[in-house]
Design a protein around this ligand. Structure first.
Ligand code: SF4
Ligand code: SF3
Length: 526
């Protein structure tokens, strides 16, 4: 096997025996086969118009191959068969043709992994960016929202991964992933806010009340809504986990009185946090770790998330097995007070672009009056690597007159810290899930407008943490927007070849994180 798509890849170069994430060599091979089939399907759309089924199949297939989503070989085989069927629908009889032209054949991913390192690097950026974007398109689709340009680009991008072969051809497509991902995140923002209202600030307790409860994790708000509906008046409380935390800020979700609080921290702590949990956990997206025997019977998956022998909730979204498990386990006998990693007993969320822009004049005034000296977007994924406490330290050391905007699951490193307020606004503001990077961009653009300058001229620094492929598409969006001097950690992607990394350094000033002290000094120009 060969896989180097995430930050924890073996030896910072690539997993070749089995995945550090727990993925087996067989699963990796099937994921390659699925990706090759998706490229074949995309190729078939070159001369035949894609259908709704084509888009749906491509989005699901790409989402399936994101890190920590599917460990279930049978489910991946079904996805490969579905992809072949979708191709057959576009080009009937092609698979059994006596004189095959080879134009719609599945792509052999070994070609990519063994390619010249710069081509492999650019194609990896495109492919992994598309995978991340597919997750966002999927969530939007669940709420009934889609965009033709986004859908078509999945075909275009996959086609290039299979068939373009010069750096000149590939580089614009790399940036185009960023451009289209911005549209995709905007689509999901629209889907979430039109469905559930504009997020407003919320204080979320970390205490779990006694009695039966369900923990729901991942990014899909529709799944949460359906679960809240199905658990109404059943004496079961619901707690968010990981990337589901921002759900507490949406008016139409927080109206459910049994949506009580947040349990646990980021994904990499799940094996510890779920070990003795007297409740089931529902995974709506990444990041699923192979469940330990101690709690495997309490793990439930839905959408494309899958693990062999765990109960999967299908498209009918009947959560009865989860509900029955919650009642059977019964929850804690007494209220349990949990804390975040810094000892805080509550966290805040809901500072999306709607909230921040509603007080934009106050923010601009505070900057002009010198009350706010700098903004830091400290955002991205969390993970297991020890170097990630950099982000906690960085936030702790930021000047007292600076604001920290954050989003995605990396915030659990510091979101229980109380760093005080500036002009009635908390110094740490959680803008939401990783896809809410869209909101951070809106805020940055609005600030630049208010000050009559470019985003790069604002007192705003990007300090990002990455782990999986959604971070890749967001990074490409920031590059597409011309954002410079991003600090990236905890390690740089293995799929950036030295030449491509050089290109990013020279053109965008991307730099790896060093120490909080050094980076703060450099970013504040001291
Ligand atoms: Fe390795 Fe990450 Fe790929 Fe898993 S997803 S096999 S940890 S590179
Ligand atoms: Fe986290 Fe998996 Fe990336 Fe959506 S949940 S940010 S790592």
């Amino acid at each position: 096997m060969f896989c180097y798509q995430c930050e924890q890849t073996a030896g910072c170069t690539g997993c070749t025996q089995s995945g550090v994430c727990g993925k087996s060599a067989d699963t990796a091979r099937l994921q390659d086969e699925l990706t090759g089939a998706l490229i074949g399907l995309a190729r078939a759309t070159e001369s035949n118009p894609a259908t709704q089924n084509t888009y749906q199949t491509i989005i699901e297939g790409l989402f399936t191959t994101i890190t920590n989503v599917s460990f279930d070989d049978d489910a991946i085989i079904r996805q490969i068969e579905k992809t072949h069927a979708a191709k057959e629908e576009l080009v009937p009889g092609c698979g059994s043709c006596g004189a095959p032209c080879g134009k719609t054949e599945d792509y052999d991913m070994q070609q990519l992994w063994n390619d010249n390192e710069d081509i492999r690097s650019l194609k990896s950026l495109i492919l992994f960016g598309l995978r991340g974007m597919a997750a966002y398109a999927y969530h939007a689709q669940m709420l009934g929202y889609q965009d033709d340009e986004v859908n078509d680009f999945f075909c275009e991008g996959l086609f290039k991964v299979g068939y373009e072969n010069t750096m000149e051809e590939l580089l614009p497509t790399v940036l185009k992933v960023g451009e289209i991902n911005l549209k995709c995140m905007a689509l999901l923002d629209k889907a979430n806010t039109e469905s559930y209202g504009t997020p407003t600030p919320a204080v979320v307790p970390l205490t779990v009340e006694k009695g039966p409860f369900i923990v729901v994790t991942g990014h899909d708000l529709k799944d949460l809504e359906l679960l809240l509906e199905q658990t109404k008046d059943k004496g079961i409380n619901i707690y968010t986990h990981g990337e589901m935390l921002p759900a507490h800020a949406y008016p139409k979700l927080k109206k459910y009185p049994h949506l009580k609080g947040n349990f646990g921290t980021a994904w990499q702590n799940q094996q510890k946090e779920f070990a003795n949990l007297p409740a089931p956990a529902l995974f709506t997206t990444n990041c699923l770790m192979p469940p330990k025997a101690s709690y495997a019977d309490r793990v439930f998956t839905t959408e494309v998330v899958a693990f062999p022998d765990t109960v999967h909730i299908g498209e009918d979204k009947d959560f009865t097995p989860v509900i029955e498990k919650a009642l059977e386990l019964g929850g804690f006998a007494e209220d349990m007070e949990f804390t975040g990693i810094n000892g805080g007993n509550k966290v805040q969320t809901g500072f999306g672009h709607g909230t921040i822009l509603s007080v934009a004049d106050k923010v601009v005034e505070a900057v002009k009056a010198g009350d706010i000296s700098h903004f830091f977007l400290v955002a991205g994924c969390d993970g297991a690597r020890p170097g990630r406490n950099y982000y906690t330290e960085f936030v702790k050391q930021t000047p007292k007159d600076s604001i920290i905007l954050t989003l995605a699951c990396g915030k659990y490193r510091f979101n229980d810290l109380d760093l005080g307020e500036i002009g009635g606004l908390p110094r740490i503001m959680d803008m939401g899930q990783c896809n809410d990077a869209y909101g951070a961009i809106q805020v940055a653009v609005a600030l630049a407008d208010a000050f009559g300058c470019g985003v790069n001229d604002l007192p705003l620094s990007f300090v990002l943490s990455w782990y999986e492929q959604k971070a890749v598409c967001i990074l490409l969006t920031l590059l597409h927007l011309g954002i410079k001097n991003i600090r990236l950690g905890p390690s740089l992607p293995a799929f950036l070849s030295p030449n491509i990394l050089n290109f990013l350094v020279e053109n965008y000033g991307i730099a790896p994180i060093t120490t909080p002290e050094e980076d703060l000094k450099a970013l504040l120009g001291k």
